[in-house]
Design a protein around this ligand. Structure first.
Ligand code: SF4
Length: 353
């Protein structure tokens, strides 16, 4: 691991009894075009039994963060700096063997597309039971019993029969359920769900989300839920982290962030999203421009090229100085608390009706 030079401050929140603690995480990729600063000074905590939602556009660093937590990044092209502590164990400096063991029985991931996570050449049952035998030291029979039990728990009909099916013999919704069963086989204490329901129709999506909530109650797992869908987050998460261009820009409880958002990027996300309870005549307002290249990101606040409020900040701070993200409920923006409140009430709130 190479240690990067810490160039900008990113204060760490203080979690009461965090099960997962991420501190000043920095992830960079070497590419032919240069160094991509995919995650730049990210800090957050999760307690047991809680769900943290992470939202942001493509390229905001949310998936990279979670692949790094799991140790699934390519060590030849990726440099990771900072701290990731899971239940007292440091992961950034952990060996491949230690990470593999943790991925088996302490943390697991539900991917967006089960076809990329499941092998087409092995039966669903085999893919569920083999890791269980390996990580839990179970016999073949014990592993099969457990797999059948988990398939049943996630709502697969005739689980004993479907155990011997291949992934292509399952419907999309069933494959997603089977992948959730696979992720939960060893009772992981940390579950990372990356857009787990994006590819599914709305009815199946609702069933899967209910299932995740039930399973969390049963197993007490901490969940990181990555999505671009704020409606899903409102339904699923306790806390919310908004990411933009590799940095956290706003954090708080879901109620706080969605009810009284404080960051111009969060305002943009909410204003561009249709609301079921909204006024049908209220037009959606897309965020102008596109996310920046992380090969050469903007200086200061990375949102500054797209922000409509830079003229309210004196001294050119938006382009010169990274706005810090304070502890607890906070937004990384140079606007004063009074300015944020005034803009939200006068300009943003009327758009969200
Ligand atoms: Fe906009 Fe400046 Fe706040 Fe960044 S710091 S969100 S550019 S007002």
């Amino acid at each position: 691991m190479t240690t990067l030079t810490k160039t900008e401050d990113a204060p760490a929140p203080t979690g009461p009894e965090s099960f997962l603690s991420v501190r000043d995480l920095r992830v960079q990729f070497s590419t032919e075009d240069g160094i991509v600063k995919a995650v730049d000074g990210l800090s957050f905590d999760i307690e047991r039994g809680k769900t943290l939602g992470i939202v942001g556009e493509s390229g905001s660093g949310k998936s990279v963060t979670n692949l790094t937590i799991l140790g699934l990044h390519n060590p030849r092209t990726t440099t990771v700096d900072g701290e990731i502590v899971l239940d007292g164990q440091e992961l950034v400096t952990a060996t491949d063997k230690e990470l593999e063991k943790l991925r088996g029985n302490k943390m697991a991931m539900i991917f967006q597309d089960p076809l990329t996570a499941m092998s087409p050449y092995y039966t669903v049952g085999r893919q569920l039971s083999e890791p269980y035998m390996k990580h839990m030291g179970a016999s073949k029979k014990e592993a099969k019993d457990r797999a059948v039990q988990m398939l049943e728990k996630v709502g697969i009909p005739q689980p004993k029969v479907r155990f011997d099916d291949y992934p292509h013999q399952f419907s999309g919704g069933m494959r997603q359920r089977a992948m959730i069963a696979m992720a939960l086989m060893c009772d992981p204490e940390l579950l990372i769900a990356d857009e787990p329901t994006t590819a599914l129709d709305v009815t199946v999506q609702a069933q899967i989300l209910d299932l995740l909530k039930d399973l969390q109650q049963e197993f007490g797992s901490a969940i990181i839920f990555i999505t671009h869908d704020l409606g899903v987050i409102a339904n699923m998460a306790d806390d919310l982290l908004v990411m933009y261009a590799g940095r956290a820009v706003e954090r708080g409880s879901v109620k706080e962030v969605l009810g009284t958002p404080q960051h111009p990027y969060t305002w943009g996300l909410l204003s561009s999203m249709p609301r079921l309870d909204g006024d049908i005549d209220t037009p959606l307002t897309p965020i102008p421009g596109t996310p920046p290249s992380l090969l050469n990101p903007p200086s200061g606040c990375r949102f500054n090229p797209r922000c409509a409020h830079t003229d309210k900040v004196a001294g050119g701070l938006c382009t010169s100085t990274r706005p810090p993200l304070a502890d607890g409920r906070a937004a990384a923006c140079h606007l004063t608390a009074e300015q944020k409140q005034a803009v939200f009430i006068d300009e943003i709130k009327p758009r969200l009706r």
